[in-house]
Design a protein around this ligand. Sequence first.
Ligand SMILES: Cc1cc2nc3c(=O)[nH]c(=O)nc-3n(C[C@H](O)[C@H](O)[C@H](O)COP(=O)(O)OP(=O)(O)OC[C@H]3O[C@@H](n4cnc5c(N)ncnc54)[C@H](O)[C@@H]3O)c2cc1C
Length: 405
Amino acid sequence: METVVIIGGGAAGLAAAIAAAECGDRVTVLERMDRVGKKILATGNGRCNLMNTGMRRYPGSSAWADAVLDRCGVEAQTRFWQHLGLRMRQEDGGRVYPVSGMASSVLDTLRFAAAALQVEIVTGVQVTGLFKARHGWTVMAGENKWKADRVIVAGGGCAQPKLGSDGSTWPLMTALDHRLNAPKPALTQIVTETAPIRGLSGIRIRTAVKVTRAGADVYQEAGELLFADYGVTGVCSMQCARYVQPGDLFHIDLSRAFGFESPAALRQELHRRLSAWGERSQGELLTGLCVPKLADALFRAAGMKAGEHALCKRITEDQIERLVQCAADFMLEIRGVKGFESAQVTAGGLNVQDFDPATMASLLAPGVHAAGEMLDVDGDCGGYNLMFAFGSGILAGLNGRNCPW
Ligand SMILES: Cc1cc2nc3c(=O)[nH]c(=O)nc-3n(C[C@H](O)[C@H](O)[C@H](O)COP(=O)(O)OP(=O)(O)OC[C@H]3O[C@@H](n4cnc5c(N)ncnc54)[C@H](O)[C@@H]3O)c2cc1C
């Protein structure tokens, strides 16, 4: 039996605590907030998308994430949750949720299992020091000290610090010579020029988007996009955020959002409408393809004013061409991204080459482990980040021992 202190009572820390306690360790979790798992409650819009059974999508350190999840991925985590009594349901795109549809079920499952295993949870404790002792390690929080054979640091990144993770556990690790790759917000909203999207806030479309820099493609994605007064959000644009720089261009394919396979198909439909709807007002041209505010924005982008009295038959060939082009490539200049306050995850973090993916043990400080988002691993939307946090936490807790479930 070892004495294990876990810094951070989030997804990774709680999973580590349960795994270590199941192996017979005496476990203490130190959490800076007034309760553990606050971020878990906010995940998946309160439903907690805790895993993904599809192809892995980890743009940050993907090979290393694979090395972790090959050891504790969907199968092992499913067994873990079944053992703890959490029933889950798979939805579109391999996304897995608790059957209750409530993130609180996931947190309760973890909390009650930890309590049953006599894990000591100490809240309201901001850990500020981690030092090598003659035997094992000493963890410091102000005047308070804890001795441990092993320490698992699971303090998260710095996305949404109001939920607990404020980046304050990275210095504990850099002081022990671990390398830190510059943290930056990922899965966050993109701030763009606003004139072209005036009035569109709240409009949701399914589309394909692309980011370009100086004419070269940087990243593309497809899915749901939501216009906002500052720019764009929704899964499809949030996934672009880790790749963008101010000055890049964000291209939205509205012809796809209007339900056409190609700009040519949209052109054909607009011609059909022109012939059939000649006596109708120009403002009606895009009826049935999008809401009027989006039609207005497209007319503006194409340099047209859909006057109330102007008739469709007055629209020229040249104007149709401009409408089709602007729909196929509705372009916004990127100003930047929203900061850590609204990001869902941190890209960057502790350099994974300093850790063993089988046990999450540090290669530089024997007896210290790191798990979860504080490592330089980040996944796409869809349950990938929690899956990594839980998987790496379980491996850190087990520390190479056989899985008891
Ligand atoms: C709004 C939102 C929605 C999300 N939805 C999803 C989703 O549906 N699916 C998904 O896969 N991912 C989602 N994520 C991402 C996911 O929640 C995180 O990647 C995951 O929680 C990381 O787990 P972690 O244990 O590493 O860190 P955290 O969950 O952040 O836990 C770290 C804990 O450490 C504590 N701590 C930090 N510093 C100290 C210190 N110095 N001393 C003591 N305690 C400390 C913190 O208070 C915190 O409780 C979402 C994130 C957000 C913000």
